[in-house]
Design a protein around this ligand. Structure first.
Ligand SMILES: NC(=O)C1=CN([C@@H]2O[C@H](COP(=O)(O)OP(=O)(O)OC[C@H]3O[C@@H](n4cnc5c(N)ncnc54)[C@H](OP(=O)(O)O)[C@@H]3O)[C@@H](O)[C@H]2O)C=CC1
Ligand SMILES: N[C@@H](CC=O)C(=O)O
Length: 374
């Protein structure tokens, strides 16, 4: 083995067989946290079965059939690594070769990557994703993912897509598996918007809080995805479809917080134009404050009707609870007909999201028999 290649390899002592081969796409906020957590899991033996065979972003990549060192791969965020190669989605299948369980871990916000999910699944490669563009956009793509997964017997790990790993999708699926119908869901599904409305005091400019939420890693790469309600729309579509309500993407009514002028601005100009948010939000806040109410960005699904938007709720309203980035979802079903099941907890942030992704990967490893569940 050459010294050039050895620099990116995982230490041999951390690798065990049978292995599960991983390809990580995205080395941004979430992807970097995945690499740190994977390294820690490998160190403590718990994740030793997970062998990182490909890591890449839109500029740089590296691969090794023997396993890459996750800590070294964090360097890809800023530069190529020794022994690296140009990125390429077409290379993923090659990088994951072999008769072992194979997983693509999508930590991008890329539509081009999401468009590959069904193809990987159909070729027997499991997909674990934080990106909502697979299941949360067109119904056709959602159906293709489900069909591919069923026909090839491959798994689609989506815990990170809604609630950043909170057991929201899992609870809905478990209720349905137990014979319940889902009657309605309502709640806060955006960690960044939860954080913003938990901190905004109507005095300091709203735009300053948006910068803070972005810098803390809670927003989408472009915070307008959150502020426009698009991110929440995708999450509600994913939940609704899991609940058996197969909505088309345009069936969700969306109340955007982004003024039309700000929606048109190029991404590199956004920061200097964010103050366009300040006056409208100050007015909405003052109106709610006068009534003794709080602003919350709420997603609702009932009787096949779905909507997301800012609501002014009484201080003691059940959906007002929570702090920080907390998501809070109420689920009504046959058994929870009057009092809903309520699930609450942190719904954004690199740490919880990376943990959710690797939990899904380890679950797939266990289902594939690569690790013992005892
Ligand atoms: N932040 C959070 O709390 C949560 C985020 N998520 C989701 O996680 C995903 C990632 O978010 P975040 O880490 O904040 O985003 P970042 O913008 O920080 O990182 C995105 C990464 O994706 C890479 N990328 C883009 N296109 C491609 C491509 N075609 N092939 C390979 N890599 C590509 C980027 O490459 P480059 O560096 O070259 O630009 C970058 O490394 C998003 O889908 C988001 O919705 C989900 C739950 C919570
Ligand atoms: N931008 C998202 C991150 C998690 O999905 C949010 O704010 O909830």
């Amino acid at each position: 083995m050459s010294a050039r290649i050895a620099a990116v390899h995982a230490p041999r002592s951390t690798r065990r067989f049978p292995e599960v081969r991983l390809a990580l796409l995205g080395t941004g906020t979430v992807g970097t946290a995945v690499l740190h957590r994977l390294a820690a899991l490998q160190d403590e033996g718990h994740g030793a079965v997970l062998s990182l065979c490909y890591a890449g972003n839109s500029r740089f990549a590296a691969r090794s059939a023997d396993g890459l060192c996750p800590r070294t791969m964090t360097g890809l965020a800023t530069r190529p690594v020794r022994g690296g190669e140009p990125p390429g989605l077409a290379r993923i299948d090659d990088a994951l070769c072999g008769q072992v369980p194979r997983i693509v871990l999508d930590a991008t916000a890329s539509d081009a990557v999401a468009a590959q999910h069904a193809g990987w699944l159909s070729r027997g490669i499991h997909v674990v994703t934080a990106c909502k563009l697979g299941q949360g956009t067109s119904l056709q793509r959602w159906r293709a993912i489900n069909a591919a997964s069923q026909s090839a017997g491959s798994h689609y790990g989506d815990s990170a897509t809604v609630g950043a790993g909170l057991p929201l999708l899992r609870s809905i699926r478990d209720l349905r598996a137990g014979g319940d119908r889902i009657h309605a869901v309502a709640g806060v599904l955006s960690g960044s918007l939860a954080w913003l409305f938990n901190h905004y005091d109507g005095k300091r400019p709203f735009s300053g809080f948006v910068r803070d939420a972005r810098d803390a890693g809670y927003t989408e790469p472009d915070p307008r995805e959150d502020l426009s309600g698009e991110d929440v729309r995708r999450k509600l579509l994913i939940l609704a479809r899991a609940a058996g309500v197969e909505l088309e993407a345009d069936a969700v009514e969306v109340g955007s917080l982004v003024p039309p002028d700000l929606a048109q601005v190029e991404a590199d100009e956004l920061d200097t134009r964010l103050q366009a948010l300040d006056r409208p939000l100050r007015e909405r806040f003052a109106e709610a404050y006068r009534r003794g109410e709080k602003l919350r960005f709420i997603a609702r699904l009932q009787d096949g009707r779905a909507r997301v938007g800012l609501e002014s709720l009484a201080d003691d309203h059940p959906l007002c609870g929570g702090t920080g980035t907390d998501n809070r979802l109420a689920i009504w079903s046959d058994r929870y007909g009057t009092q809903p099941l309520v699930i609450q907890g942190p719904g954004a942030g690199a740490g919880v999201t990376a943990a959710a992704l690797l939990d899904d990967a380890l679950r797939i490893a266990a289902q594939s028999g690569a690790i013992s569940t005892r």
